[in-house]
Design a binder for this molecule. Structure first.
Ligand SMILES: NC(=O)c1ccc[n+]([C@@H]2O[C@H](COP(=O)([O-])OP(=O)(O)OC[C@H]3O[C@@H](n4cnc5c(N)ncnc54)[C@H](O)[C@@H]3O)[C@@H](O)[C@H]2O)c1
Ligand SMILES: [Zn+2]
Length: 355
């Protein structure tokens, strides 16, 4: 709220008017805040998203949701307000730390899972390149993710028909983890990664997908050094308490985003409570299924262990080897919109429709 006031104060002091344009240069927090300020200043001025985190590029900068947190709830003050354009300069991602890159990769993998089986297979095949920030690989993933998000948003811009909710795969479990651990302890993308595995396991228990599919999902997340288990300290009751406040609760019934198959997510309340309880309970005991010692080490990675630094050494070597590659730089991607997400078109990127 204080940051919002600061932006509005500056707009007033600089005598900006309705023809002025605000630029959101930063991660998702800056993008959401600037977008909201633009939506209310002078009853709405244009704004341009210039995302500088991978998560913001592939997620928050596209779709037109803006907002700020209220002490009583995350994102509870906001608006739907489309940016005039989204400008992506992949070279800004060079300075992001490893955890932030991995958090963005979680959302990239999500797009494959919810709406594009071919893209998921591409992520599996190219996960090493993504982690190493290979410019060509990252650029392709960013383009395809933005197109997937724009396609879904165009079908349900204001979250009225329910289609947009598929973007929330892993988020109901993930938000519970983020909130229970204290915001910032687990990054959003890390919590979503563990949440997607929980949603996949629940989908398996309900007979939608098989065990092999759950293993594939775990394996690709593990390869990006993302957590695939919730924090061991989190009790079933804690999950249920936080999940009850999810925005997909309708008349007291929680709708979950589950997987019918890779490439197709569904939003459903058609599950029995016992399956939900069993799923959460299972994750309080189970080790990752993905085979292999190294894999298990990565899978067991938690944000807490990240801080201890044993993993960072491995990633640093990877980063040094890749430095030259990265310094070749990636060209700029520009997405322009004339007010509606369906009109989002890359102005200088390959055209690749969302499956
Ligand atoms: N509007 C939406 O549809 C939507 C979707 C997803 C997430 N979000 C919101 O986005 C936020 C998360 O976004 P985020 O992950 O970008 O977090 P963030 O904005 O907090 O950025 C993460 C950190 O990276 C730093 N940073 C930004 N760019 C950098 C760069 N190029 N190099 C080095 N450091 C850099 C930031 O200062 C910050 O410390 C959450 O508040 C979430 O609610 C919104
Ligand atoms: Zn998300």
């Amino acid at each position: 709220m204080e940051s919002l006031n600061t932006i509005i104060d500056i707009c007033m002091q600089k005598r900006l008017d309705r023809k002025s344009t605000l630029f959101a240069l930063g991660g998702g927090v800056i993008g959401d805040l600037t977008g909201f300020a633009a939506s209310i200043f002078a009853r709405g001025v244009p704004y341009v998203q210039v995302p500088t985190t991978l998560l913001a590029v592939v997620d928050s900068a596209v779709g037109g949701k803006t907002g700020i947190n209220h002490p009583l709830g995350k994102n509870m003050v906001g608006s739907f307000y489309q940016p005039h354009a989204v400008i992506v300069d992949a070279s800004t991602l060079k300075t992001l730390d490893t955890r932030q890159i991995a958090a963005g990769i979680a959302e990239i993998i999500k797009y494959g899972l919810i709406c594009d089986e071919e893209f998921f297979a591409w992520c599996e095949a190219n996960i090493a390149g993504l982690v190493a920030r290979d410019p060509t690989t990252l650029q392709y993933a960013m383009e395809r993710s933005c197109q997937c998000k724009a396609t879904v948003v165009a079908m349900d811009e204001r979250e009225s028909s329910g289609v947009r909710a598929i973007l929330n795969l892993g988020h109901t479990f993930g938000h519970a983890i983020e909130a229970a651990m204290g915001y910032g302890t687990w990054l959003h993308g890390e919590a979503v990664a563990a949440g997607m595995v929980m949603a996949a396991e629940m989908s398996r228990r309900l007979g939608y997908i098989d065990d092999t599919t759950v293993r594939r999902i775990e394996a690709v997340l593990c390869a990006a050094a993302l957590p695939v288990r919730p924090p061991p300290s989190m009790q079933v009751e804690t999950f249920l308490t936080y999940m009850a406040t999810d925005k997909k609760v309708e008349r007291g019934v929680l709708r979950l985003v589950l997987l019918e198959r890779i490439g197709k997510a569904i939003v459903t309340a058609n599950y029995d409570r016992q399956t939900l309880l069993d799923t959460i309970q299972y994750f309080r005991q189970a080790l990752p299924r993905t085979a292999g010692k190294l894999r298990e080490a990565s899978c067991a990675l938690t944000p807490e262990r990240f801080r201890k630094g044993w993993f960072i050494k491995v990633m640093l070597i990877g980063a040094i080897l890749d430095k030259e590659n990265r310094e070749r730089g990636a060209r700029m991607l520009t997405y322009q919109s004339s007010g509606h997400p369906s009109r989002f078109q890359p102005t200088n990127a390959r055209q690749q429709p969302c499956a």
